[in-house]
Design a protein around this ligand. Structure first.
Ligand code: IVH
Length: 666
């Protein structure tokens, strides 16, 4: 086999696997096998650039950017569809068609109406030579370079028997998941967000730089044909679709054939029920008279066929007025702006609230109270504001700013650098965060109050028995045992557990406060460094920055937390209830217990993450190294250790278990 034959064979095999994967949804090879074939072809083409052709499966990466799109005149115009919004309109459509055709019953090809943009793909002798957008139906734009980057558009047809000229028509779409992902990336790059999958698909296909298109998650479904010459197709729409599928064109798996208006309406119902589960947006269904000779007999009115109709679903986007922006405080203390809307029916459901996420989102939309806005409610997700109708803005409404105090408890609300959200800093006191704060306080790694689970915390708060964590310690036996499903015995057990938990450690206590960004490892480091709660509460940011592993964000969280008088009140109350711990003797660097010891960690630790173990060891003065040498003091071996354990044995370095390490740490 010479190189050209080898290349041809590889391309054929890759095209076939594309077909199995995208068209039949039934791959025959693994992804890695497919990648291997593609890489082999790529390297042959690099060695023999003269053998590269535009229909090679390697040519999906985009080409040199254009300055403008060329115009393309469609040899067969791209039509639009008449719309039906009610059942009766479908019944009338079918009756008119039956009367014209003088028949009792019509067979329809029925399909989802995809919410993307129409494209016409021209294949000459099986090779994709041009792709054009619909434009005004007569003239569109040449987007060939862009279409070539879409994996579900074959660059070359497979099999035999296709006409010399075959224009395949269909919809370019972006899946809902692809859209979410794209917007996530855009957000990270501070780039423009897309309002919905259709806009994202249109914006991506109409890119002058096809290398950008290549990065966008676009796909294609076929729903018809344009020019066909040098060969004939079948006599029914549904059969033509099957022919196209055999040649490698992707069809929508929801396509069906039904009888009469009843069949059409049942299909509409079935697809509507499925709408939210479909991976892409649809805005209705399309009914097409299946027989081509019947289609011909019916003909056209203006630019729409009399043999097809779109039965649209209720719109998922509507216009309304934003009356106000309120702030909600979540269980974790996050402040979320919520749009209060003049109630509007969207897709059959009345919408009066929409989320605005955070300050950045409000700025991005430049949305202000009083604005007319487009709301979107797709599927089960919370309604969103898509955009502001600027032409309807009256006068100068002020820009919205997130409040600087928590609307629930009055503590300072802060947005910390690097975080999109604004948080209330009154964690111990804020009513919105009460339940979460108490659950955290009693959890195993905090005060470890046995028997005080999440359900019980909620019951106690709902019954108004406790308002903050300190109230736990003044609970009375009769109050607790009066709760639902609480026997006196278990109530007494709870009080005993509470009593027991009063004797704790400084690190547990610091952790239990639920300060933002202070996990158990940081709590331990702080305890070791400051030795007492009083010293920690007095520490300023500068002092905190001297502590191992504490950066400006954590330092700031700590000082703000302790500067809230409400938080300090709760801490004082806890101490009055006799929650206590031994202070720790603070060692100077020279006296740290693990000074001069070097540790190496290998394998999976079960009690803490490796990075937490590293911080904890460092806080006691140890060094933590990445590889074993003669200078290593201990190798800590977790589950499935790597070669480091062998190396330790070889060098005679002491090997210890995770449990041994924890003993050293305590
Ligand atoms: S058939 C002559 N089938 O809807 C009929 N169109 O309003 C031509 N569309 O421009 C169109 N899904 O972009 C047809 N299954 C489907 C469709 C579909 C979406 C779009 C298409 C067209 C518009 C017509």
């Amino acid at each position: 086999m010479n190189v050209k034959q080898k290349i041809d064979k590889l391309r054929e095999s890759i095209n076939y696997h594309n077909y199995r994967y995208y068209v039949l949804d039934d791959p025959e090879v693994t992804d890695s096998e497919y990648d291997r074939l593609l890489r082999e072809l790529e390297s042959l083409e690099v060695e023999h650039p003269d053998l590269v052709t535009s229909d090679s499966p390697t040519q999906r990466v985009g080409a040199i950017p254009l300055s403008a799109f060329d115009e393309v005149k469609h040899s067969v115009p791209m039509l639009s569809l008449g719309n039906a919004f009610e059942e009766q309109e479908v019944v009338d459509f079918d009756r008119r068609a039956r009367e014209t055709l003088d028949t009792d019953s019509i067979e329809y090809a029925v399909e989802p109406k995809l919410d993307g943009l129409a494209i016409s793909l021209r294949y000459e002798k099986g090779i994709l030579v041009r792709a054009a957008t619909r434009g005004d139906g007569v003239t569109g734009e040449d987007v060939t370079q862009n279409a070539r980057t879409i994996e579900t558009i074959p660059l070359k047809l497979i099999g035999k028997g296709y006409p010399d000229v075959l224009e395949v028509r269909g919809e370019v779409i972006m899946t809902k998941a692809g859209f979410e992902q794209l917007n996530e990336t855009q957000r990270k790059n501070n780039a423009r967000l897309f309002a919905n999958p259709r806009n994202a698909a249109a914006g991506s296909l109409r890119q002058l730089d096809s290398k950008i298109t290549a990065t966008r998650p676009l796909s294609f479904y076929c729903y018809g044909v344009g020019e066909v010459s040098g060969g004939a197709l079948a006599e029914k729409h549904s059969l033509i679709m099957k022919q196209l599928q055999k040649w490698g064109i992707r069809l929508n798996p929801e396509n069906r054939v039904v009888k009469g208006s009843k069949g059409c309406i049942d299909y509409y119902q079935a697809i509507q029920d499925k709408r939210n589960q479909l991976p892409y947006d649809i805005d209705g269904v399309v009914f097409k008279v299946n027989s081509l000779s019947q289609q011909q007999e019916l003909g056209f009115v203006s630019r729409a066929p009399r043999w097809a109709i779109a039965y649209k679903f209720p719109a998922q986007e509507e216009m309304t007025v934003l009356e106000a922006i309120d702030i909600q405080v979540g269980r974790t203390g996050a402040l979320t702006p919520v749009a209060r809307l003049e109630p509007v029916l969207v897709g059959g459901v009345t919408v009066s609230n929409a989320t605005l996420h955070n300050q950045d989102e409000i700025e991005r939309l430049d949305v202000r109270p009083g604005d007319t806005v487009i709301v979107r409610r797709a599927g089960d997700v919370i309604p969103q504001i898509v955009s502001v109708v600027l032409s309807k803005r009256q006068g100068e409404s002020g820009k919205f700013k997130m409040p600087s105090v928590c609307p629930v408890c009055g503590s300072i609300a802060e947005r910390i650098e690097g975080d999109a959200k604004t948080f209330c800093t009154g964690g111990l006191f804020c009513e919105a965060q009460r339940k979460e704060a108490i659950k955290h306080f009693s959890s195993r790694k905090a005060l470890d109050i046995e028997g005080l689970g999440d359900k019980l915390v909620e019951q106690l708060v709902d019954a108004n028995l406790i308002h903050d964590v300190a109230d736990l310690f003044s609970l009375k036996l009769e109050d607790v045992s009066a709760l639902d499903r609480m026997a006196e015995k278990s109530a007494q057990n709870l009080l005993d557990a509470l009593e027991k938990s009063k004797q704790t450690t400084l690190e547990r206590f610091i952790f239990s406060l639920g300060i933002h960004n202070v996990g158990e490892t940081t709590a331990r480091t702080l305890a070791m460094h400051y030795g007492s709660l009083e010293k920690l509460m007095q520490a300023d940011e500068e002092s905190l920055l001297q502590v191992t592993d504490i950066g400006p964000i954590v330092a700031h969280s700590i000082t703000t937390f302790f500067s809230q008088s409400h938080n300090r009140d709760v801490i004082k109350k806890l101490q009055q209830e006799n929650v206590h711990w031994p202070d720790i003797e603070v060692k100077s660097e020279d006296e740290l217990p693990l000074k001069d010891k070097t540790f190496v960690l290998t394998g999976t630790l079960t009690e803490m993450s490796r990075s937490d173990a590293k911080t904890a060891l460092q806080a006691l003065g140890a060094k933590v190294a990445g590889s074993v040498s003669k200078k290593t003091s201990y190798v800590v071996v977790g589950d499935n250790p790597g070669s480091k354990a062998d190396k330790a044995q070889e060098l005679g370095v002491e090997i210890i278990s995770e449990a041994d390490m924890l003993k050293l740490l305590s």
